[in-house]
Design a binder for this molecule. Structure first.
Ligand code: HEC
Length: 300
């Protein structure tokens, strides 16, 4: 098929094929690398956040709860609860536009505050932590109608006897707390039991879309550069090869029709130049041979 095409077209077709092949392979690799990077970035963010919020919890249990727990029977102070502190801190963070689609939940199987009830997906995570005590963290993507959500989760364990004051049976819990949360849920927890999981969720859509966009822009730039290269190669081919060859062909035609004294100079010192020099020598030899033939028409 290539046989009937001229040099320029052949080159262009081959270069376009290379372009299509190179762009599809590199585009695929590039977008997977960028998306992987974006996912790592989300994971790193989520990790920092869950570390921070865990620290808030520890601070609250160690330094706030002991200070505020004496008077709980008379007046309930949510500020004494580490779960409350963690949630409040996260809500303040979420007020910043760049964090307003981040979520934090202390997903619990039998929660004090019904809002913390683990859904089906979260229950599976909690069960995973309960069945494998060595497991300290799980993360991954969860697909929701709103897009893929990255989540990172850590087990919530009843690690201190003090927790059981409010989470074992309702009769030992502060009365002021029962008045607010009731007697029906958030009790019956045991020492060292994993009761739930801290889960931070970050939507991946924005970052992943940005990664896709960057991939498209890079591919577009490579495409434009490649097209420019093809155009330049075409111009070079025309000036350096096709035009001199065409000229040489015209001269050969002239010479073949008897114009043996046609003068021409080699266009350059490259292979085409050598060809035209060889051709010039052949033209000379032909002229001499013809001359001899004319002078001595009978000789063989
Ligand atoms: C003074 C009572 C009290 C103590 C002590 C206490 N909690 Fe709570 N806990 C609560 C209350 C009340 C809530 C609900 C707070 C809210 O409305 O967000 C809660 C919420 C939680 C939650 C979120 C899920 C849910 O039940 O709503 C977890 C997990 C939790 N507590 C674990 C612990 C652990 C672990 C300890 C010990 C380190 C502990 N709590 C100590 C009263 C207490």
């Amino acid at each position: 098929m290539l046989k009937n095409l001229n040099l320029k077209k052949k080159f262009t077709i081959v270069l376009l094929l290379i372009l299509a092949f190179a762009l599809s392979i590199s585009g695929w690799i590039l977008s997977s690398i960028l998306i992987e990077r974006a996912e790592d970035e989300i994971a790193a963010k989520a990790l920092t956040l869950i570390d921070t919020i865990s620290s808030v919890r520890v601070y609250s249990v160690d330094q706030i709860t002991p200070e505020l727990s004496d008077n709980l029977d008379n007046r309930f102070l949510p500020q004494s609860i580490s779960a409350y502190a963690a949630r409040e801190v996260f809500e303040i963070l979420r007020k910043q536009p760049k964090y307003n689609d981040y979520f934090y939940k202390e997903a619990t199987l039998n929660p004090t505050n019904i809002r913390d009830k683990a859904d089906e997906f979260e229950t599976k995570i909690v069960e995973e932590f309960r069945s494998n005590k060595e497991l300290k963290q799980v993360n991954g993507f969860r697909s929701l109608a709103s897009g893929n959500i990255f989540y990172i989760a850590r087990p919530l364990k009843v690690s201190q006897e003090g927790c059981l004051k409010c989470h074992s049976t309702y009769d030992v819990a502060p009365k002021s707390m029962i008045d607010i949360y009731g007697k029906n849920n958030g009790f019956g927890w045991k020492m060292n039991e994993i009761v739930g999981a801290q889960i931070i969720s970050i939507p991946g859509k924005r970052v992943i879309n940005q990664a896709r966009q960057s991939a498209v822009i890079i591919i577009l730039i490579v495409f434009i550069v490649f097209i420019a290269i093809i155009v330049l190669i075409n111009i070079f081919l025309r000036n350096q090869i096709v035009a001199p060859l065409k000229r040489l062909t015209r001269i050969a035609e002239e010479v073949s029709t008897g114009h043996l004294d046609l003068q021409f100079e080699p266009p350059s010192n490259d292979e085409i130049g050598s060809l035209s020099k060889a051709f010039k020598r052949m033209q000379l030899s032909l002229a001499i041979a013809f001359k001899k033939l004319k002078e001595n028409p009978d000789s063989k």
